[in-house]
Design a protein. Structure first.
Length: 673
């Protein structure tokens, strides 16, 4: 069955297809994908929280997201960011949703608004204001009092959206109701009825596809979107590799996750729901990284996100939505706006007061992290070859093998095919598994057996090989981009490049970059060249200089780390930081770039004029701060570090130095052109 989504993706003409079309294209969706003007598209959706970023940075950061291959923006609207005090709505400064949406329109980026009322997002009470808990109503229910205040919230959000909906030529194409809800569908339908009554007239509506609802939503009312993470800050065990995250690295027909939010959702069963498969397979929370909680300091690698993304595509997904794609910083409020074990809702974890860095492709201060470049060739592929990929069905040659954690006995792969064309998806990576190289590998897909002789797939190899696509019979290099009649391939590290076009077989090809094609209109790039293909300032001249700092005070008597209501270690309080070691950092007029603090300890805070501006739970990665955010009259910063204690009831990754004590190794000023 095909559903019409009136005027959806008008703006996506320049993002997904390279052709002119009528002013009001017909947009539909079916069980496979979104379809615009009869052409299928495979979008990349990136999450950025507008209220966790100063408004002066929005335009630049949206441009970076677009350059990274993001084609849809997703953002939460946190209720307590805009109505922290009952009846007082604040849409100014970095809470100015309307201005953010207008900038998305300028960048030609459609927007999916995640409206709440409950969002989670590691914000205080999941975004529900403190004052609502005094009203005596049941949260996230059809309680008349709760729905009264929710309708008032939706009406306020509508003042920011009105005139910017898709039907008005604006970028807002969809909205999501609540988040990770597991009760009766009538609650979600009540939220939709409220939205429709107010005037939300959008091409489609969504919900999170996990956990399973007690009763199903009527078909076609909301498209379920799924997710997966490589690790989670929420797990209560303080050791490596806990939980079901390993399943995200196996190709499978099951769309949902049994690992997300187990602190709130409990144990989740894995079974395939036929009703879900009547919808296209989309994701909204594919882990672009992971935030650190106090008790669990996960350390993410770029290949974690790449591997999961390729597995999702290879399992049939036709929209990859990353959470988060851009990190952020909690805004100022009447209270701290972070989740803690003592807040009224989502009281399961202690998160940093300010930082929501998330180790995302784009960092809290807009840093282009390695994951940004690692994912980019995949996103370019989805833009230029999505029309070919989208109608292909997923097949699982390893389906007869039971998925087992850290199983290294076979090569994990799948393929998607339609008629005589296909793509082979390879994933020889699982977080913490140390999978070994797989020898004597050949693939038999669409009647094509390749490569010509069995090859070795190296450890940590994640790749996509084309079969009968764009005139290429097969290749052991990965398609990246199609532009002006030229085809660009990326050599897969550790895999000899073999290319067959018609009857012409070419072996052991070497990258020649953009200088010369390897065959007619086909160019072969190395990994770095592909990651920066057609990217402005792709080789930035980064300048670093040492900043002046000195130690003012040794650490005093340290607190005894205790477990809080959620039975995990409690984060230190403001009083605890009075016993921290204190360092002074001098700021000059020229220090307007990114400050990098390399330190060792339990956790750290940064103060400007006695005001907390940044904090960090140490996990082995460096602590950053954007100096341009400081007032002009600030000439010194105070860095407070609590020492590492012996045998802390905290999970630290192997990259972290857990020796007792604290120290600053270096503080640098980094300037990007």
């Amino acid at each position: 069955m095909v559903h019409r989504l009136s005027a959806l993706f008008l703006l996506l003409s320049c993002l997904f297809v390279n052709h002119a079309f009528a002013q009001s294209p017909t947009v539909t969706w079916d069980s496979q994908s979104l379809i615009m003007d009869g052409k299928r598209i495979v979008p990349v959706m990136g999450e950025i929280h507008y209220s966790r970023l100063p408004e002066g940075e929005w335009q630049t950061e949206l441009k970076k997201m677009k350059d990274g291959g993001v084609t849809i923006i997703a953002t939460y609207v946190f209720w307590n960011h805009i109505e922290e005090t009952e009846g007082v709505f604040n849409w100014s400064g970095q809470r100015n949703l309307r201005r953010f949406i207008e900038l998305c329109k300028e960048q030609q980026l459609p927007v999916v608004l995640r409206l709440g009322p409950f969002c989670h997002g590691e914000v205080r009470n999941g975004g529900i204001p403190d004052w609502l808990f005094s009203k005596g109503c049941k949260m996230r229910s059809e309680d008349s009092t709760f729905l009264f205040y929710t309708e008032r919230l939706y009406r306020q959000i509508f003042t920011q959206v009105q005139g910017l909906q898709w039907k008005d030529g604006g970028p807002v194409i969809a909205c999501q109701f609540d988040n990770e809800y597991r009760g009766h569908s009538s609650y979600l339908m009540s939220l939709k009825k409220i939205a429709l009554r107010i005037g939300y007239d959008l091409p489609f509506f969504t919900r999170t596809g996990w956990p399973e609802l007690r009763t199903p939503v009527p078909y076609g009312e909301m498209i379920p979107l799924y997710g997966d993470y490589a690790d989670g800050f929420w797990d209560k065990e303080v050791k490596e590799g806990v939980g079901n995250y390993w399943k995200a690295f196996h190709f499978k027909a099951f769309r949902s996750s049994t690992a997300i939010g187990t602190d709130l959702l409990g144990k989740q069963e894995e079974h395939i729901s036929k009703s879900d498969h009547d919808y296209p397979y989309f994701t909204c929370e594919l882990g672009g990284g992971m935030v650190t909680s106090y008790h669990r300091r996960v350390y993410m690698y770029p290949i974690d996100a790449l591997s999961m993304a390729v597995v999702k595509l290879g399992s049939g997904s036709n929209l990859l939505g990353y959470y988060m794609y851009h990190g952020g910083t909690n805004p100022e409020g009447n209270t701290t706006l972070n989740e803690t074990q003592h807040t009224l809702g989502t009281a399961n974890n202690d998160l940093p007061v300010k930082s929501y860095e998330f180790q995302a492709p784009l960092g809290e201060f807009g840093q282009l992290n390695p994951t940004y470049y690692t994912l980019r060739p995949l996103h370019l592929f989805m833009q230029d070859f999505g029309e070919t990929l989208a109608p292909m069905n997923a097949s699982f040659p390893c389906a007869d093998k039971e998925s087992v954690k850290h199983d290294d006995s076979y090569l994990r792969w799948s393929y998607r095919s339609s008629a005589q064309s296909g793509f082979v998806f390879v994933n020889n990576y699982e977080r913490f598994a140390n999978l070994t190289a797989k020898k004597n590998i050949q693939f038999d897909v669409c009647g094509i057996r390749f490569p010509s002789k069995p090859m070795t797939i190296p450890a940590s190899c994640v790749a996509i090989f084309p079969v009968n696509v764009e005139g290429i019979t097969y290749s052991t290099a990965q398609l990246v981009r199609k532009r002006n009649g030229n085809i660009y391939l990326m050599q897969v590290k550790g895999v000899p490049t073999e290319l067959k076009v018609g009857n012409r077989l070419m072996k052991n090809l070497k990258p020649k970059g953009l200088a010369k094609p390897i065959y007619k209109n086909i160019y072969l790039l190395n990994e770095e060249e592909a990651q920066r293909l057609f990217l402005e300032n792709h080789s930035p001249n980064v300048q670093q200089s040492e900043m002046s700092w000195k130690k003012l005070k040794e650490a005093g008597t340290q607190r005894q780390i205790v477990k809080g209501p959620a039975k995990v270690a409690e984060a230190p309080t403001d009083d605890d930081y009075r016993q921290a070691a204190v360092y002074q950092i001098d700021i000059t007029a020229d220090d307007k770039g990114l400050m990098e603090i390399q330190y060792q300890g339990d956790c750290a805070r940064l103060y400007a004029g006695g005001k907390l501006v940044a904090d960090n739970f140490y996990n082995g990665k460096n602590f950053y701060y954007g100096l341009w955010r400081l007032p002009k009259d600030v000439h010194t910063l105070e860095l407070r570090i609590l020492p590492m204690q012996a045998n802390e009831p905290v999970y630290f990754p192997k990259e972290a130095d857990t020796s007792v004590g604290e120290r600053v190794v270096a503080i640098k000023h980094i300037v990007y052109p």
